[in-house]
Structures are given as structure tokens and as C-alpha cells.
Ligand binder design. Structure first.
Ligand SMILES: C[S@@+](CC[C@H](N)C(=O)[O-])C[C@H]1O[C@@H](n2cnc3c(N)ncnc32)[C@H](O)[C@@H]1O
Length: 228
């Protein structure tokens, strides 16, 4: 393992804003489930998640702009989380945490109604059919989100992958979720998207795709209330 990587792995273990549960399947559920705001952040603010956050650009910038909300970036890769967590500590951002888990496990970590929004920023597209359930916008994942979101909480998706985008639009339509806005080209002239911070924050992967002149797709929806 490269020396830099080793140092980061050692360092991240001592970061107070990174939670890395070691047990694979917490039974009973993780002790902060239902208590993140008071138990971890020491406030009563709403909690917003970024899934597959990588280095956490959205988590950080949303937190800087919304001091009255808590933001938790979730990813499985510790080295990427190290970057976001280090920045949050350097800036003294009290409303940021990073959770190193598989997104599949979120229902062990968050209680019904505990989460007020979810950002999916350039998730892996999982193009092969047998892996459809692994897509972060598959019905299986939306069911997990329905168990933790408050009613009318938005789910945002940003992606360069047209197949994943169209797949998501189809899942929304077929399951009667409510699509609020969508665009195939967020930065195109015809884009009518005025969501706060959707254009202003660009993630690590987003910058790579933009440098290749790829259009960025964006949508926002709320779950069918029957699922919540
Ligand atoms: C293409 S990268 C995007 C990272 C970041 N959001 C960005 O836009 O720069 C996808 C990220 O999702 C994470 N990821 C993939 N599947 C995951 C899962 N099931 N649970 C948690 N993280 C996952 C990967 O580790 C990776 O950091």
C-alpha cells in the first residue's frame, strides 16, 4: 500500500467526524439510529445524506451554506472520505459527518423520518442487468429511502450516465413518485433549473466529465407518499 494511503488510513481512525462501524451487520441497529442530530451533532437540525459521496464536495458545500442543517456523506472508500473529513475539520464545520458503510445498510443506521433529503452524486451506473438492484435509484433502494425520509423530502440525482438517468425516470414514472424537475443538460443554455447549489457545486467526477464535454443530467423527485 502506498505510504500516503497508509497514513490516511491511520489518520482517519482518529477523526471525530468519521464513523466507521466495524461490525458488518449491527444487531441491534447502530446506537445513533434515530439520534444523529442530538447524539452526534448536539443539535436538533434536520439531517441530509449524500450517498456515494466520494470526497464529499456536496456534503461540504451544502454544510457551509446551511449551518442549520446537518450533512452526512456516506461512502465505502475510506481514502476518499479522508479528504472530505479533513477539509471539514480544517474549516471547523460542526454540521458535517462522514459514515463509512455500504449504502445498502442505511436502514440499520437511520430511523423512520430521520432524514430530510438525499443527494445521489454521480453514482456508479451499474450497467449490467444482474446488478440493477445495486443502482442507487433502483426500486430496492427507493424502498430503503422510504423507510428513513420524512414526507416530501427531495431526492436529487446528478449523473453523466444517460442510461442510468432514463432508467431512473422510468422507475419514478412506474412507481408513481413525483418528478419535480429534470434536465438532460444542466449547464446547457436551455436548462431551466434554478435549484440552489445544483450548478454551483461540482464534484470531483463531475469536473472530469465536464472536461470531456459530457452533458450533466439532473433530476429531483419526492417519493410516492404510500411508501413513507
Ligand atoms: C463515481 S464515484 C462518485 C463520487 C462522488 N460523488 C463524485 O461525484 O465525485 C461513486 C462513489 O460511490 C461509492 N459507492 C459505490 N457503491 C456504493 C455503495 N453501495 N455504498 C456506498 N458507497 C458506494 C464509491 O466508493 C465511489 O466513491
Amino acid at each position: 500500500m502506498a505510504k500516503n494511503k497508509l497514513t490516511r488510513f491511520r489518520e482517519i481512525n482518529s477523526f471525530p467526524n468519521v464513523i466507521q462501524p466495524h461490525d458488518k451487520y449491527p444487531v441491534p441497529d447502530y446506537f445513533l439510529k434515530g439520534k444523529w442530530a442530538g447524539g452526534h451533532f448536539g443539535n436538533s437540525f434536520p439531517v441530509i445524506l449524500e450517498l456515494g459521496c466520494g470526497k464529499g464536495e456536496y456534503t461540504l458545500e451544502l454544510a457551509r451554506n446551511n449551518p442549520q442543517k446537518n450533512f452526512i456523506g456516506i461512502d465505502i472508500k475510506g481514502e476518499r472520505l479522508w479528504r472530505g473529513a479533513k477539509t471539514a475539520m480544517e474549516e471547523g464545520l460542526p454540521n458535517v459527518a462522514f459514515l463509512r458503510i455500504q449504502a445498502e445498510r442505511i436502514n440499520h443506521f437511520f430511523a423512520p423520518g430521520e432524514v430530510s433529503g438525499i443527494w445521489l452524486t454521480f453514482p456508479d451506473p451499474q450497467p449490467r442487468k444482474p446488478r440493477q438492484r445495486k443502482r442507487l435509484t433502483s426500486p430496492a433502494f427507493l424502498e430503503r429511502y422510504g423507510k428513513i425520509l420524512t414526507r416530501k423530502s427531495p431526492i436529487h440525482l446528478k449523473t453523466d450516465n444517460r442510461d442510468l438517468f432514463e432508467y431512473t425516470l422510468q422507475v419514478i414514472r412506474q412507481n408513481k413518485h413525483r418528478l419535480l424537475v429534470h434536465t438532460y443538460n444542466l449547464y446547457g443554455e436551455e436548462s431551466q433549473i434554478y435549484e440552489p447549489l445544483v450548478k454551483e457545486i461540482q464534484t470531483y467526477y463531475e469536473k472530469i466529465y465536464l472536461a470531456q464535454d459530457l452533458p450533466i443530467h439532473y433530476l429531483k423527485f419526492v417519493l410516492n407518499p404510500e411508501m413513507i
